[in-house]
Ligand binder design. Structure first.
Ligand code: FES
Length: 101
């Protein structure tokens, strides 16, 4: 099991079917709320570096705000072949949001 790192408090989580960015050490993490299920993945789009946590959610995918690549927040995979960002297990404990790195 990896390190659990607090990235937010529960009340900061994105609203239903929205995404949001959270700093985590030297990274930024995109947290998505898809139909009430919270997922975390790297924030940087592998196309040209767009901020995924500033995108909208459509059909369960986070849509990059720059050119519209769609990322599955559960698997980190994009529709483009082979494109995949890291995903992190998320836990909510005692009002804190923790991700496992
Ligand atoms: S930077 Fe994300 S789709 Fe281009």
């Amino acid at each position: 099991m990896g390190n659990l790192i607090k990235i937010a408090v529960e009340s900061d989580l994105p609203a239903l079917n929205e995404a949001k960015e959270f700093p985590c050490g030297d990274k930024t993490i995109c947290v998505a709320n898809v139909n009430g299920e919270i997922s975390a993945m790297d924030d940087i789009c592998l196309h040209r570096g767009g901020p995924l946590g500033q995108g909208v959610i459509m059909r369960g995918k986070v849509v990059c705000p720059w050119h519209g690549w769609e990322w599955d927040p559960k698997t980190g995979a994009a529709a483009a072949p082979g494109a995949k960002v890291a995903v992190y297990p998320v836990k909510v404990e005692g009002g804190d949001v923790l991700i496992e790195m």
